[in-house]
Design a protein around this ligand. Structure first.
Ligand code: AMP
Length: 554
């Protein structure tokens, strides 16, 4: 054990938390089955006025698993899930496991290029998707024949509820796309059917989540049953969860925060998960008033936007027992303001897709210190069974107080990236994760993040990798060279800016170029501004200096 984690344990954990926990369930399927057996009538999902119990989830996921198998889904196959925060998302994860396979959690903001890549890279043979996303994106991708998808199941966001909230569903009708299976029909046709039991192992793949990287090519982070079950339990034990709690799902379920901090914990505790299709602040406030959740975790912008809404009072927040925020840096002043408005303290939580949500968190009920030099709010201390070292460029472990890269190992760290042995060897040497995040630990064992080694842009918790945006820009005939950087943004923390030099004689406007990008990537990625320059700054060897461009904006 290294001095880093030991110090956090002896100085902070001893005040209430154990250093290590024993994992209750080896797999997500064991975890799910145990909750169904223990608490079949507990509410598992609240979706507007729709309610599903643990037993309902069991029956529906059985039906979907049988339907998948009937249509050729085999053990080891992957089911792409291209959805918003809908009950079908949760049902399809469990169904994929029950059918002996795994799920690929796909961002519903993804456009053709991104969806095609993730489906082909994962080799998914089945796709479950929102009906409108099928019509607008997936249909065309599948028609090209580049994917291995043979089974397509669609569902409507109007399913499992009857309120049809105007703010989200004005003009929305249930579609029944040709050539696809319908989830609602599957539920009635296969009602009561059970798939043959399967017995996945702790090391078997449960969910693939795509994250990009310096090369610009997204990598499928392999969340195994064991890594997911461990960190679902971390939430439960760290936050003192019981079945009397209920989770407000403000983070997207396809992202690791939602996957573990919403779905994993709710399934483990057998408590309600409140979901609302997608984040619309007014709808979420109404859901808080109606369902009285006790817990949530999400990007800080979520809390800024909810607490800033007119007419929202302390009383509205009074059902919450605890709130965590992760995914992006939190300015200490924001937690202070939130406290004033709501009476609640936002606990910081930090991790990566590769750590299945937290590697660090502020212990429940403790107030995180602020580093006086950088002004950074501490991200907390390593969670149970987790070892974090801080190393320099040469890989040497640094003493307390010195700034270096966080490298993390623990039962929640993924074993690698799907079919990418080189990236796995680079980012996870000997199973230890090189996070690319830079910071230090203080004398008391609190960790602070002060910089990033990686070029990633963090726009309200959504990660944008410059290389991917640059690759799209290079596809424009007028572009000679392009460099993409993150610039400060008051609300999103950072936003995307591109520097572009044009080919001789070429003309294009900033708006045209932005539109070109917009069509080819998820909305959070496209450049919000483009600056045309004669030449981009380069090293002597001709490498474009993104850092220099970034510096010119700060
Ligand atoms: P993702 O894989 O999308 O979860 O992104 C992980 C990255 O988000 C980390 O490497 C950090 O750079 C950033 N991040 C996550 N949590 C925090 C936090 N609490 N404070 C600052 N940055 C964070």
């Amino acid at each position: 054990m290294t001095t880093y984690t030991e110090r956090s344990w002896t100085r902070l954990y001893s005040k209430g938390l154990p250093a290590d926990i024993t994992q209750d369930y080896a797999t997500m399927l064991d975890l799910f089955n145990a909750s169904v057996t223990r608490a079949p009538d507990n509410v598992a999902i609240k979706y507007f006025d729709g309610v599903l119990t643990m037993a309902d989830l069991d029956v529906r996921s059985d039906a979907l698993a049988v339907a998948l198998i009937d249509n050729g889904f085999a053990a080891g196959d992957m089911l792409g899930v291209y959805a918003q925060n809908n009950p079908a998302f949760v049902i399809s994860l469990v169904a994929a496991w029950k059918a002996g396979g795994a799920a690929v959690a796909i961002n519903p903001m993804n456009k053709h290029r991104e969806l095609a890549y993730q489906l082909t890279d994962s080799g998914a043979t089945a796709l479950l998707c929102l009906d409108d996303l099928y019509e607008s994106v997936a249909k065309e991708v599948i028609a090209t024949g580049v994917t291995a998808v043979r089974i397509v199941i669609t569902f409507s966001p109007l399913d499992e509820q009857s309120r049809n909230d105007e703010r989200l569903f004005a003009g929305v009708e249930r579609l029944r796309p040709e050539g696809t299976l319908d989830l609602k029909e599957i539920f009635s046709r296969y009602d009561g059917r059970k798939p043959a039991p399967v017995d996945p192992g702790s090391d078997d793949l449960a969910v693939l989540c795509y994250t990009s990287g310096t090369t610009g090519v997204p990598k499928g982070a392999m969340s195994t049953h064991g890594t997911m079950a461990f960190n679902s339990q971390t939430y439960r034990d760290w936050m003192g969860f019981t079945e009397d709690d209920s989770v407000l799902g403000v983070a997207p379920l396809f992202h690791i925060t939602g996957l573990i901090g919403h779905v994993g914990i709710a399934l483990l505790a057998a408590c309600p998960l409140v979901i609302n299709h997608r984040f619309a602040p007014g709808v979420v406030i109404d859901a808080i008033r109606e369902h009285r959740p006790t817990f949530t975790v999400g990007a800080i912008t979520v809390f800024i936007s909810l607490s800033g809404m007119e007419g929202v009072t302390k009383q509205d927040w009074s059902s919450f027992r605890v709130i965590y925020s992760g995914g992006a840096p939190i300015a200490p002043v924001v937690t202070d303001r939130f406290m004033e408005k709501t009476g609640l303290y936002i606990h910081n939580i930090y991790g990566l897709t590769e750590t299945n949500s937290p590697s660090h968190a502020v212990p429940l009920g403790r107030v995180a210190p602020v580093d006086p030099t950088s002004g950074a709010l501490s991200v907390g201390v390593p969670v149970f069974n987790t070892v974090v070292r801080i190393i320099d460029e040469q890989g040497k472990e640094l003493p307390v107080g010195e700034v270096g890269e966080f490298v993390t190992s623990g039962p929640q760290v993924i074993p690698g990236y799907w079919n990418k042995p080189e990236a796995t060897a680079e980012d996870l040497p000997d199973g230890e994760l090189r996070t690319g995040d830079v910071g230090f630990m203080d004398e008391d064992g609190w960790f602070y993040l002060v910089d990033r080694k990686k070029d990633m842009i963090n726009a309200a918790g959504y990660k944008v990798w410059p290389r991917e945006v640059e690759d799209v820009l290079y596809g424009h005939p007028a572009v000679r060279e392009a460099a993409v950087v993150g610039v400060l943004d008051e609300y999103r923390g950072e936003t995307v800016k591109a520097y572009v030099s044009l080919r001789p004689g070429a003309t294009v406007t900033e708006q045209e170029m932005i539109e070109f990008c917009k069509q080819q990537m998820a909305a959070y990625k496209y450049p919000r501004s483009i600056q045309f320059v004669d030449d981009l700054p380069k090293t002597a060897t001709g490498k474009i200096l993104r850092r220099e461009l970034r510096g010119s904006n700060s």
